[in-house]
Design a protein around this ligand. Structure first.
Ligand SMILES: *[C@@H]1O[C@H](CO)[C@@H](O)[C@H](O)[C@H]1NC(C)=O
Ligand SMILES: *[C@@H]1O[C@H](CO)[C@@H](O)[C@H](O)[C@H]1NC(C)=O
Ligand SMILES: *[C@@H]1O[C@H](CO)[C@@H](O)[C@H](O)[C@H]1NC(C)=O
Ligand SMILES: *[C@@H]1O[C@H](CO)[C@@H](O)[C@H](O)[C@H]1NC(C)=O
Length: 331
């Protein structure tokens, strides 16, 4: 009787251990390639960032977070709905503008540059998605969010001219619900070279505060006619402030926080990247140009990262895969 039970228990234990081992081996096998080059470089950079962070965390103000996580009925300043907080502190938070119907693009990004290999990654990626009148897409978004828990939702209806509302709600979510050192805002048609971005952020030449880095656009003038017409009522000066095009730019936490505080004292402006330039201007933040934010590239080098690539604009799904592979298996 006792012997039989012991046998049963031993068998159960053996089966349990065997299952664990085979699952683990399967996992390792699948992730062997992802883990290698990318993983090592990312880990190296992260250790350096972590060291710097430890010496500076005390100075960062994160007052709003605690209040917001405790209060069940938070009043948001923007169209933000999501109140899910970040799981942990991050050195880099990537917020990605995405239209409701762009599920395929989001999935490609999840499989490529946004793939988190570490158990406790020091960076993470979320997608900013507003509302759609298409019920099928709307339902699918709920399921997608349940599965990935990486959507940050807003209550307004998605429209090209509502991108500023998207950026506003993304910034508000970031400062209210997440602890991070740097924020990278991108669109869902870009490739992000995560190890290089982390390397850039941990460089002693990169300031930890007052950082607004990207492709520096200066002396741009408003279009006063055509499809992209901006009326004098919307903007009455001859020149825009300096700004970075919206496909990709990096802000330090203090800057994002200051921007959110400035929403109410700045008139709404439809062009989201110019609007961010206005927020910066108002807060005395200047643009740091970085050639790693690549807007344009020669036809023959479309899916090839350069020696500088941090964020590459206008990258299709196939190109995402190609660039990700090139970065992971440098020949
Ligand atoms: C953010 O950091 C603060 C202070 O270190 C901590 O109290 C809080 O729990 C953190 N929140 C999250 C979501 O990690
Ligand atoms: C943008 O969102 C606002 C707020 O929900 C809405 O009133 C407006 O109609 C939207 N704009 C467009 C062009 O759809
Ligand atoms: C220009 O626009 C700003 C902000 O909307 C406004 O405060 C100012 O009065 C306008 N100036 C003129 C000359 O219309
Ligand atoms: C990129 O870097 C590699 C290795 O450091 C170097 O051999 C190559 O010449 C560089 N390419 C360009 C275009 O600068």
């Amino acid at each position: 009787m006792v012997g039989k039970r012991t046998k049963k228990i031993s068998l159960a234990l053996f089966l349990g251990v065997a299952t664990c081992i085979s699952l683990h081996l399967g996992y390792l096998w699948r992730n062997r390639f992802f883990l290698s080059a990318l993983g090592e470089e990312v880990d190296r950079q992260l250790q350096r960032i972590e060291l710097r962070r430890l010496t500076t965390t005390a100075k960062t103000s994160r007052g709003s977070l605690t209040t917001a996580s405790i209060s069940p009925h938070v009043k948001h300043r923007t169209f933000l709905i999501t109140t899910r907080p970040c799981m942990q502190n991050y050195d880099l938070l990537v917020i990605t503008s995405s239209a409701p119907s762009n599920l395929k693009r989001r999935n490609t990004i999840r499989k490529t540059w946004a793939f988190e290999r570490a158990f406790q990654p020091r960076w993470t990626t979320v997608f900013l998605v507003a509302q759609t009148r298409d019920e099928v897409v709307s339902d699918s978004l709920l399921k997608e969010d349940e599965a990935h828990k990486d959507l940050v939702r807003a209550s307004y209806y998605e429209h090209y001219w509502n991108q500023t509302r998207k950026v506003q709600m993304g910034f508000e979510w970031a400062v209210t619900y997440c602890n991070f050192s740097f924020l990278l805002k991108v669109d869902d048609d870009v490739f992000v070279h995560i190890p290089r971005v982390l390397s850039f952020l941990s460089s002693p030449n990169t300031p930890e505060k007052k950082l607004y880095a990207g492709n520096h656009y200066a002396n741009n003038t408003p279009f006063r006619g055509g499809k992209w017409k901006v009326t004098y009522e919307e903007y009455n000066l001859t020149k825009y402030p300096d700004f970075c095009p919206g496909f990709g730019y990096i802000l330090s936490q203090d800057v994002v926080s200051a921007f959110v505080d400035t929403f109410s004292s700045l008139p709404f402006f439809r062009l989201d990247d110019v609007y961010v330039g206005m927020l910066a201007d108002k807060n005395g933040i200047t643009v740091t140009n970085n050639k790693g934010f690549e807007v344009w590239h020669p036809r023959n080098l479309v899916c090839v990262p350069t020696n500088y690539t941090l964020v590459r604009h206008d990258v299709g799904e196939e190109c995402q895969m190609k660039m990700f592979k090139t970065v992971m298996f440098p020949s």
